[in-house]
Structure formats: C-alpha cells, structure tokens
Design a protein around this ligand. Sequence first.
Ligand code: UFG
Length: 317
Amino acid sequence: MHVLITGGTGYIGSTAVEIMRNQGYEITILDDCSTGHADSVPQGVRFVQGSLLNPVEICDALADVDVVMHFAGKSLVGESVEKPDLYKRVNVDGTRNLLDEMSKVGVKKMVFSSSAATYGQPQEIPIKESAIGAPTNPYGSTKLVIDQMIGEESRRRGIAAASLRYFNVAGAMHCERGWLAERHDPETHLIPNVLRSTAIDPVKIFGNDWPTPDGTCIRDYVHVIDLIEAHIKALETLTDNHHEIYNLGSGDGFSVRQIVDAASKATGYAIPTLDSARRDGDPAILIADITKARKHLDWRPTRGIDVMISDTLESIR
Ligand code: UFG
C-alpha cells in the first residue's frame, strides 16, 4: 500500500514514516518543512518538499498513492490565539486543497490528525467522541471544521476516512538515525519544557488556580508510538462511505504538578518551576474516553507516563 504522509518531517509524522516504513508500506512525504526537519527523511522514501497551499505540489505528491495520512498543520494552542488567520489558512484551506486534489486523482481514503482541542471543556469527563464540539481556541476550531469537512466529503464522495482526536502526544522513538522527538522552536509543550528547566530559566506553570485537586491543568498523555500504532489500525479498517472519529489518549489524567513530580523522579533532582498566569485558550481538564478505539480498532496504549518522560529525557541528553 502506498501512503502519502503529509507533515512527515514533523514530530508525529516522522515517527509514522519510520514505523510504517519498517512495516513495508511504500511512503511519500509531503511537507514544506516550516516546522519539520528535512533531515528526518529516511533514505528510500520519496519526499516532495511542498505546501498544502499549492495544489500543483499536492498533485505531484499524490502520484500513485492509495491513501493519505494527513498530519500537516499548525498545532499550537497558544500560537493559534495570536494568529487565528494563519491557522485557518494552513489547516482549513490546506485540507480543502488536499481533499480537492484527492478527488481529482481518485484517492478515496484518509486518516486525519484531529485533536481533543475540538471539545473545548466538556461537562463530562472522560470525554466521549459524541461530546459536542465547543473549542476554546482557534486551533481546536480549525480541527473541528476539518472533521466536519471530511464527514461531508465522505457522504458526498464516498471516501473512507478516520479522524483521530489526539489528546497530549508525548515521548520519542529511537531509530538507526537517532531519536525522533519533539524539536519545536520555540518549544511550548509541557514535558520537554519540564525536562529542560533550570534554576536560571525554570519551567512556567500556567495557572495554579484551576478547578482541579492541585490547581494545575490536567491532561491525558499518550506515547507517540502507541499513537501511530492506532493510525495503522485505523488505516487498515477504513470503510467506504464511512467517516469514523476516535479519541486517542490513555484514559488517565495527570496534572502539570504530577508531571513535574514524575520528571523530578526520572532526573533525580527537583525540577525548578515558576508559578505563572494562566495561558489563553487552555481548558482545565482533558481526559479521553478511549472505549471506541479499544473496541473498533482493537487498540490499547501500552507505554505509560514514565516511559514518555524517560524517552523524552534520553532524546534531549
Ligand atoms: N504547560 C505549562 N507550562 C509549559 C507548557 C505547558 O504549565 O511550559 C501546561 C499548559 O498550560 C497545559 C499543559 O501544560 O495545561 C499541557 O500543555 P501543552 O502545551 O503541552 O499541550 P496542550 O494541552 O496545550 O496541547 C496539546 C497539543 C494540542 C492538542 C492538545 C489536546 O499541543 O495539539 O494537547 O489535549 F490539541
């Protein structure tokens, strides 16, 4: 099977490329490298350096492809609050272009990187896929619009699709070329920031007055390798005319302080922290109900928070 992986030079996309290449899938990558890294592309993988905003480049990348795994996009909650138009253009307009080009060349299968940010702060925790979408930031809004767009495309054109709603992806993967890990600049994600914290530049804790037991936000962390294993299961179970939505998380929640404590245990010293103001756009608690992915995809995450932290630690040492 020939898979087009958009965003295949980024943190999650490059892990998908590595795992799927090892499993014998033929792969083409489409990435503009605006946040990814061309040096992550393995030998023997076709790489089109191009943009979702350029239909000619998309069409080139789609040559002989059977299915698209669509990871490319802007993905930072904080940045999206500052630059909502950029998020709409790249995420929504870019995906529209991709779906249009897929239609022209007859590619009818897609697995999409959606997000828990589509839910906002639902009344019920853990969050089921049936929860009403009410994003608290522009990033989540773009992902919700795209999920709806793919659903419409499935009804209209019969495409087989899955939207995978990621909770907080963490951890890293070691391969022959070294570690595939988070290399964002600037880094905004909690676990890498905690592990890079120093007395001079301590990690900021965004809010200590949230309605949670210790006052810090609670998130559901899932290891990037477990996440990609779910993608492959979703890919292999795509059904014509069907668009399925699956939550991908662990089903467990950890507060920011619990992450700092677990990281202090892993490093062997107390991680310095600085209590700071809340970050715009953050919901208080996000925990996934992963029953649907367990049942329909026969998927379960096997790597816990300690593995996510130790892999990230190894990757930055
Ligand atoms: N946080 C800090 N200090 C930091 C970084 C983060 O206190 O230096 C806090 C945040 O306020 C939040 C939690 O740690 O409460 C996790 O923040 P991240 O930035 O690591 O991740 P987010 O929850 O903002 O977002 C991530 C992905 C999104 C996805 C979301 C879904 O980046 O793409 O998880 O749960 F939508």
